[in-house]
Design a protein around this ligand. Structure first.
Ligand code: ITT
Length: 216
């Protein structure tokens, strides 16, 4: 269920939001958790990772879409804790690779691989491919479960293209090979800049409208 995105000033959004409602972030990805804590900070929520909330089980992400996997993660943590939860399933879709790595973004170079291994694999597959065929997008689906009968899903995307080599020191995952302009990769952006333009920020803006409407 998706809400309309509106341009509401942050100060106005804060009105009526209950302070210190705990919101569990159902993720083990340190990069995502950091970004969500920053994105949530104006909203009066106490954002905690699932590990900080005491949840340390493995969740099998066996869905076929970002929506399914985000739902699986949010549901597992909500059922264990009974507290409001958000989960993010996200990834990189490359046109030339027919949408790969897509929902397999985290596992693209196999178990135990690093962000660098995954970036290197994509660069090898895209080696020699001309610029016009390098278009890609980051996708983020956030699933929010506030209560047993209150579930929401929102999606955000960011278009860019795959660079020829890694570039930039910030961010995580595929950021160093994802060009947001002809001279900047996502990893060249500061945390603040990334949180304005990213797929996660785009999805979060829609979630923020929901948080504002329900008042925490
Ligand atoms: P959790 O499931 O615990 O949240 P994860 O890393 O396994 O962590 P996903 O299954 O959603 O998360 O996989 C997403 C992968 O897509 C992630 O590991 C990155 O490689 C990539 N990714 C997602 N968002 C990204 C971003 O903002 N910048 C760069 N890469 C990103």
């Amino acid at each position: 269920m998706e809400h309309q995105q509106e341009k509401t000033p942050v100060r106005k959004r804060q009105q009526g939001v209950a302070k210190h409602t705990r919101l569990i972030i159902a993720s083990n990805n340190a990069g995502k958790i950091k970004e969500f804590k920053e994105l949530l900070s104006p909203y009066g929520y106490e954002a905690v990772s699932m590990r900080e909330a005491g949840f340390d089980e493995e969740i099998a992400e066996d869905g076929e879409t970002f929506e399914e996997n985000a739902h699986i993660k949010a549901r597992a943590v909500f059922e264990a804790t009974g507290e409001p939860v958000i989960a993010d399933d996200s990834g990189l879709e490359i046109d030339f690779l027919d949408g790969a790595p897509g929902v397999y973004s985290a596992r693209y170079a196999g178990e135990g691989a690093t962000d660098k291994d995954r970036c290197d694999k994509v660069l090898r597959e895209m080696h020699g491919v001309e610029r016009e065929l390098r278009d890609a997008r980051f996708v983020c689906v956030i699933y929010f479960i506030r209560a047993e009968d209150a579930e929401y899903s929102v999606r955000g995307e960011l278009k860019g293209y795959i660079g020829d080599k890694p570039q930039g020191k910030n961010g995580f995952g595929y950021d160093p090979i994802f060009m947001v302009s002809d001279n900047e990769s996502m990893a060249d952006l500061s945390d603040k800049e990334k949180n304005k333009v990213s797929h996660r920020a785009a999805a979060f803006r829609k979630l923020a409208e929901i948080l504002e409407t329900i008042g925490g």
